[in-house]
Design a protein around this ligand. Sequence first.
Ligand SMILES: [Zn+2]
Length: 493
Amino acid sequence: MLSLQRTVGNQAAQRLLADQASRPAVRAGAPAAIRRAPGQLAPGAARGPLLQRDWLSEWAAKSRKLPFKLIGKPAPKPVTPGVIVVDNRVAGFNGTYSGAIKGMNAYHATQALNNLLNDIEWLTGQPEGQVWGSALTDLRKDVVKKLQTITPELERLKTSTGEETWGRFEQFRELPDEMAEFASRPRDTQPSQFANPSATFGAMSNPREESGLLTEESMTTLEEQDKEKSETMLYGHKEELGLRGKGVDLSKITPEQIDALLEQTKRADTGHTEFPELANLAEGTAEAEPDEVEEVKDAGGVAVTLKYDRTDAMWEQRFGLVQAAVAQAAGAGFTIAPFSLHLPKYGRAISISSTDGHTHTVTIGEDTAQAQFVAPNFMYINSRVFHNPKVDTGLSFKLDPSGIATIVHELGHMTHFTQSRAKYNTLSFSQLSGYSKQTGESFKQRVEGAVSKYGSGNPRELVAEVFLGLAYGKTFPDDVTAAYNAFGGPAQG
Ligand SMILES: [Zn+2]
């Protein structure tokens, strides 16, 4: 079954709004005929002054370190990660929205407040929620009130956008509930992009399965688009890639000069050259006519359809890294499906120039990806991967700088796709969001600390980096593991 109808609010918010509407309103002025002694309040109006306070702004402005302090109750209550989450959400809201909330801000503010309501509700059910109880109740009332003030602008926005376009926009924004705890769509996407959507945005905004995942048809469209983009990226400059001399005859470089070049380009951290493809210079195959072949080879019991250049001095070493990577993942209990692999002889343009006839220098020109997975089962590994990891923004560098870990990361993307295709596709155009209920920090920061900066890039990178860590026996905190599972991260058998 498919469902297109989505609403901006979530169920929690709507329940609360309905709740409020069904209660008699507290009137500002009591009937004049009823006289009371000074200081005596009408029944039901006792909490009036408290409700007048702008909790949302007061709280964030003055009590960043001691949430709820402003309500005039004793402050030293347990400030748990859950309390910090609520505090951060309030501060985030107030930091982003001030004054009248207009245009798209009405939509984003509504989302932010609904997220806050969800977390208030969650915190209320926690042990510390009992202690913070009345403060949470008051905050919630203010949030609901704030939501009500935004509603007319949101309705105006929907009407001016048009029902169908708005419906597509909201469908695009939607992620299945289990993922929505850790991820969202980027804020910069505009409703107007869905008036006449591209093939990709069309697929992302079509009706979904009941589960909130993309349909088969939408997935097929996305995969075709991704494939096209990846191929352009990997092979768009193919003619320009390779090793050449600039004012230097490569066939005239002496073995001693090549040795000197390899020595001089050695990385201090790995002890290997940062230009592994220079091996072709040493072997005298730099300028050989290309001889690309495709053969099925075995990598730890997995059939790999390998495309390589027989004149590439490094293909065998690189394939050795692939075999080791498959063994590493399989050894940790992951099931790796057969795949196609291209090991380009170069993958980037590299030139040697000589300034004074003795000193040679290496220059890098056009480049392609270090390593890339393209759905459904294709992997590309640049010649520069051999013992030459990128700097330490990912786990690869820490776990195994030989290049094996880089390939395990790509196997992570591939296995994510083969084992959870619908989740993999539905995570297109998503980013990490929300807060860690274990630490209170933003979930992106949490992942950066507990996994890697690279893994905090987006949900798919989180899956690939955690997969890599698991393949090397690393363990992760519960909330990171929960996100990995929610995103469809491969299970260890
Ligand atoms: Zn990746």
